[in-house]
Design a protein around this ligand. Structure first.
Ligand code: HEC
Ligand code: HEC
Ligand code: HEC
Ligand code: HEC
Length: 436
């Protein structure tokens, strides 16, 4: 509970700092999820975030301040593998549990079409779409007699824009300026989220009518707020790892409202934040859906691949490379599949791919029953298929014999799953063969 406690004391501190005569407001905001429903847990550094922990934290913050404004800049979904449709479905159901007030729509959220998104009845906003019947153009919320108008500007793929893209975007820009100016005239605070970087945002968007501009941070972490003339620039990090909490006051002159004092706190979501019990059924249903899809895919692939596999499995290498085999057995690579099993994720294709041999390749790993000899990170995960190499006593080179170490390790030791990877420190732990 230490993280929750620190939020308590944070709120106390902020209330204390506030000018007593002025009303204060709270904006909780998050950046792109990029398909990350939960942290993978591959390393401690990466074990932050996830919808289950977000739910706990958001409930906690709402109990403290029922009036808080909760905004997501969108960028929720991912569409790289067939199973990503299931993940995207559950991300959107998860967003329903989180009760965001406003969610921006980015181009990547349209990967499965606009109808896919509409089904969830989430508070989506899209101000650069040509057709307001698809998503709300803007959303206005009131807090303590102050109104807040939310907009989202996204660069959309041309098939979404029905007219000529160039003229469509010019007229959309003009419309946005008019709508923002009109909102400012009513005394509203305007908040605009976009996936544009600052330089592009300055060119395209009328900053003088935008009180709070939310653009993506260059990293997974949040940047400090920056004041640019009358606009406060917020830069949330990605992957749902943290939440930004901005407390601010509003100065009113005639009909013009402006942000005055503000203070930001970034809330990380480490393992110490318990999963919300509200998300239990949702999470169980997600895993069940993944598991049944996985089993279906395995059965299909088994049917398709009746031929001989180009992969042999590490046991077969032993006969001629006993030193290498013994060394490998002692490394964590040999345990990689067991470790996946122990966190109960051995049916998630997004995980199995790096924790087995030749997953998604013809003749590669299917599951622990059908292909037990290909589980874990083995010789052929790095050296490539080697059945042909075995068949002629080593004359045929292994599949990846022309790859260098960087290419070999880079298949799996990528930043999001292995942030502290460094060839100089990692290779010695698994070194074998002629050590170079
Ligand atoms: C029947 C014996 C035999 C078996 C079984 C065998 N190898 Fe080899 N392997 C050799 C010989 C002999 C060489 C040396 C070839 C050379 O230097 O020209 C070799 C060389 C290699 C090399 C270095 C050259 C290259 O092709 O990249 C790698 C890596 C290798 N083996 C991996 C494996 C793996 C992985 C397995 C198990 C899937 C395996 N070997 C099974 C005999 C075998
Ligand atoms: C792109 C490849 C890749 C994917 C995809 C991947 N992992 Fe990993 N995983 C790794 C690597 C690399 C490590 C070792 C990280 C390190 O120590 O630097 C690792 C380590 C782990 C560990 C061991 C942690 C420990 O305490 O030793 C677990 C458990 C794990 N991953 C689970 C998962 C789960 C669950 C998923 C899917 C949500 C997943 N992995 C997806 C590459 C991947
Ligand atoms: C994590 C990746 C990885 C795993 C797992 C792995 N190797 Fe290697 N292996 C390498 C790399 C990288 C080299 C060094 C290649 C170089 O120096 O360019 C190497 C070198 C070798 C060599 C010496 C090649 C030569 O030309 O000197 C042999 C033989 C070999 N491995 C066999 C095996 C066998 C057998 C296994 C399984 C029991 C295995 N390796 C597991 C990555 C791996
Ligand atoms: C097919 C994916 C894959 C490839 C390729 C791969 N690794 Fe790994 N590596 C993993 C996974 C998964 C783990 C975590 C295993 C576990 O603990 O469950 C891991 C763990 C490790 C660890 C243990 C980390 C620790 O903290 O002790 C080292 C060291 C390592 N890898 C080095 C390498 C090097 C060097 C290469 C390239 C020569 C390489 N790996 C290639 C997937 C891979």
């Amino acid at each position: 509970m230490p993280a929750i406690k620190s939020v308590f004391s944070l709120l106390g501190l902020l209330l204390f700092l506030n000018h007593p005569a002025m009303a204060s407001y709270t904006l909780v905001y998050s950046g792109n999820l990029n398909g990350e429903l939960e942290p993978c847990g591959c390393t401690l550094e990466g074990d932050l975030g996830g919808i289950k922990r977000q739910a706990t934290m958001i409930d906690q913050l709402r109990r403290q301040d029922p009036d808080l404004l909760l905004v997501s800049s969108g960028g929720l979904l991912i569409a790289e593998m067939p199973s990503d449709r299931i993940r995207s479905d559950y991300i959107l159901r998860g967003m329903q549990l989180l009760n965001y007030d406003v969610i921006g729509v980015q181009a990547r959220d349209l990967a499965f079409g606009t109808d896919f998104l509409k089904r969830y009845r989430l508070p989506f906003v899209l101000s650069s779409a040509p057709d307001e019947s698809i998503f709300a153009y803007q959303k206005t919320l009131r807090r303590q007699s102050q109104s807040f108008s939310f907009f989202q500007w996204s660069v959309l793929p041309s098939q979404v824009i029905r007219k000529d893209p160039a003229t469509a975007s010019a007229s959309a820009q003009k419309q946005l300026t008019e709508k923002l100016a009109a909102e400012k005239n009513t005394g509203a605070i305007t908040v605009l989220t976009t996936s544009l970087r600052l330089a592009a945002a300055k060119k395209v968007l009328p900053l003088k009518y935008i009180d709070i501009l939310i653009i993506p941070s260059r990293r997974d972490s949040f940047a400090k707020p920056v004041q640019i003339e009358n606009t406060l620039l917020l830069q949330p990090g990605a992957r749902g790892m943290r939440l930004g909490l901005l407390q601010f006051e509003i100065k009113k002159q005639a009909n013009n409202a402006r942000i005055s004092h503000w203070q930001q706190r970034v809330i990380p979501l480490p393992k110490s934040i318990p999963d919300s019990p509200r998300t239990q059924a949702w999470y169980a249903a997600y895993n069940a859906a993944l598991k049944s899809d996985y089993e279906k895919q395995v059965a299909l692939r088994k049917q398709r691949e009746q031929g001989k596999s180009p992969y042999a499995g590490a046991e077969k290498c032993q006969a001629c490379h006993v030193q290498e085999y013994r060394k490998w057995q002692q490394t964590q690579h040999a345990q990689a599949y067991d470790d996946l099993e122990s966190v109960d994720k051995n049916f998630d294709p997004n995980c199995v791919t790096c924790h087995s041999v030749g997953f998604n390749q013809p003749g590669g790993f299917l599951n622990a029953e059908l292909t037990p000899h290909l589980s874990g990170v083995q010789c052929e995960s790095c050296h490539g298929p080697a059945q042909a190499h075995i068949d002629d006593g080593g004359k045929t080179a292994t599949g990846n014999h022309q790859w260098n170490k960087k290419q070999i390790c880079g298949q799996c030791h990528i930043a999001i799953h292995s942030p502290s990877f460094n060839l100089k420190t990692y290779w010695p732990k698994i070194a074998h063969g002629q050590i170079r």
